[in-house]
Structure formats: C-alpha cells, structure tokens
Design a protein around this ligand. Structure first.
Ligand SMILES: Cc1cc2nc3c(=O)[nH]c(=O)nc-3n(C[C@H](O)[C@H](O)[C@H](O)COP(=O)(O)OP(=O)(O)OC[C@H]3O[C@@H](n4cnc5c(N)ncnc54)[C@H](O)[C@@H]3O)c2cc1C
Length: 268
C-alpha cells in the first residue's frame, strides 16, 4: 500500500470540495473493496475521505410508497432494520446474504453500488425494484445508473446520498453464491411492482440487466413453467474459472424459478 492522507469528512459539501481539490482523492465508505484494491496496489489514492459518519448519508425511512436508505448504511444494518424488513423483506434478506458477517459489518449500500461489481447483489435490487439513486446534486434512475462493468453514471466528484426503493407488491431475491466470497454466480430479483413485473439479474453477465423475455412471459402467465424456455442470450453472459456462460444461463433460470416459487408461497 502506498502512503495516503486520511480525512474524516464533516459535511457533504466538505466531501465534494475534497474531491474537487484533489483529482486523486477517493471516498472511503466500508473500505471492503477500496482497501484491498489499495493493498494490491491496483489503486493509489492520495487521500481517503471517510464519509461513513455523515448524518446526511444515514437513515432508513418509509416515505409513502417508497423506502429511502442512506448510502452509508451497512449491509448488516439494512438486514436487521425493522422498517426495511417490514417494507421490503426481500431487500433485507438480500443484504443479510452479502459476503460474511465481517463484510456486512463494514460494507455499505453506497459503496456497493458506486463500485458496481458485476457480481454484487444490490444492483439487482435497484434495477428490480425500480429504485432511484439520490446524489448530492440529482436523482438517477437505476436503469440509467449502472453503465456496465465497474462503471456508473456518477461524476468523479459526485456522492451518493441515498437510494429510494419503490415498495413492490411482492418480491424475492434468489442467489446462487460463489462458495468462497458469497458474491453472486447468479442472483435474480423477481418483483411485482404496480408498474409490472421485473426480473433483474446480477452475477451472470458483465453487469446487472433486466431479463425482459422473462418479464414478458410472466406478464402473460405467472408460473415457473412460463420462463423455462424463455430466450436468454448466452453470448452476453460470463465464462470464467467459476463457470461457463451456459452454466450461468441455467443458474439464472433456476434462480428465477426459485424466486417465483418462493413468491407463490409467501406474501411480500
Ligand atoms: C470477502 C468479501 C466478500 C464480499 N461478498 C459480497 C457479496 O456476496 N455480495 C455483494 O454484493 N458484495 C460483496 N462484497 C462487497 C462488499 O459488500 C461491499 O459492498 C463493497 O466492497 C463496497 O462497499 P464499501 O462500503 O466497503 O465501499 P468502499 O470499498 O469503501 O468503496 C468502494 C468504492 O465506492 C466509492 N464510494 C463509496 N461510497 C460512496 C458514495 N456514497 N458515493 C460515491 N462513491 C462512493 C469509493 O470511493 C470506492 O471507489 C464482498 C466483499 C468482500 C471483501
């Protein structure tokens, strides 16, 4: 690890200014990705601006038909929070299955989606639940936020404040986890929203995506059989040491079927 300056942020404007003053500065949230990256010398920020104690980035509140979660809320906090568990149990369950207890004690919602790892869980929740990312300067629909492998719509000096999730009628997230890390080999969020059915997939491709053929099939007929033969472009899925694209396609089908099966057996 190279030397760097540690700075505890005292306000949101203070943090934005810190990023503007130093193009090599980075925000530090849970550090679960950033610090290992620095240890491996794949990143060498000059300054880390620690935003985890900013009150502006905290809170888990129900607002009408939505749930707003602060960017600095840790996965373990989201998993255990009664408001989240009551409003969107699928989201609490998703957070409770990220990594291991140590990762859930440090990792944050904002850090996860800013990083946009193609195997991360939260992106499927944001896309599946038609969420909106609220930053220090604007609101970005999830569909416009995730731009592909480790890439988002964030400007270099932009900070995520919170995420607004639409309350689904019901939703379930099924994940086949990579055994060592817990990251998704394939994770599928199936949600019934007022606006229609969403099927969002993470882990299988270079970035989170909506499986629109499955959505259309489920709109026509809500059943696990409806998606059995749905088109899924294996050419767009990942092949790596953990599994082939064909294997991942099969996992996506199985996870989607599991989610539908769980929804048939459970209320929202
Ligand atoms: C062993 C291990 C297992 C894991 N397993 C899983 C898993 O199963 N599923 C899963 O989804 N994830 C998993 N993760 C990832 C983890 O859950 C964290 O979400 C992730 O590492 C990033 O969150 P963080 O808060 O630690 O961010 P950091 O590492 O602190 O930051 C990551 C990036 O986001 C930027 N950033 C942070 N906060 C903000 C903000 N508010 N606005 C703008 N930019 C910001 C930082 O500058 C940095 O570039 C795992 C990580 C580890 C180490």
């Amino acid at each position: 690890m190279y030397p760097f300056t540690y700075q505890r942020a005292h306000s949101l404007p203070d943090s934005v200014q810190g990023l503007r003053n130093d193009a090599e500065a980075k925000l530090l949230a849970g550090g679960m990705t950033l610090l290992p990256t620095m240890k491996m010398r794949l990143a060498a920020p000059s300054r880390l601006i620690d935003i985890t104690r900013l009150a502006d980035l905290r809170g888990m509140t129900r607002e009408g038909n939505s749930l707003v979660i602060g960017a600095a809320q840790r996965h373990g906090e989201v998993a255990a929070d009664p408001t989240v568990r009551d409003a969107i149990p699928a989201l609490a369950d998703l957070a409770g299955h990220i990594g291991d207890p140590q990762v859930r004690a440090r990792g944050t919602l904002g850090g996860s989606i800013a990083n946009n790892d193609p195997a991360a869980d939260y992106p499927a929740a944001l896309l599946g639940l038609d969420a909106t990312v609220i930053t220090d300067r604007r609101s970005i629909a999830a569909a416009d936020f995730f731009l592909g492998l480790f890439t988002t719509a964030l400007e270099p000096d932009e900070i995520i404040r919170a995420v607004r999730f639409t309350l689904p009628r019901r939703a379930f997230y099924a994940k086949f986890a990579q055994a060592a890390s817990g990251y998704a080999m394939a994770g599928v969020m199936v949600a019934q929203l007022d606006a229609g059915i969403r099927v969002a997939v993470t882990g299988a491709g270079p970035g989170v995506f909506r499986w629109r053929e499955a959505e259309a099939a489920l709109e026509r007929r809500w059943s696990t059989e409806a998606i059995a033969d749905c088109a899924l472009d294996t050419g767009a899925l990942n092949t790596d040491l953990h599994g082939s694209a064909a294997y991942r396609a099969q996992l996506v089908r199985v996870m989607a079927a599991q989610a539908i099966g769980r929804l048939d057996g459970a209320a929202r």
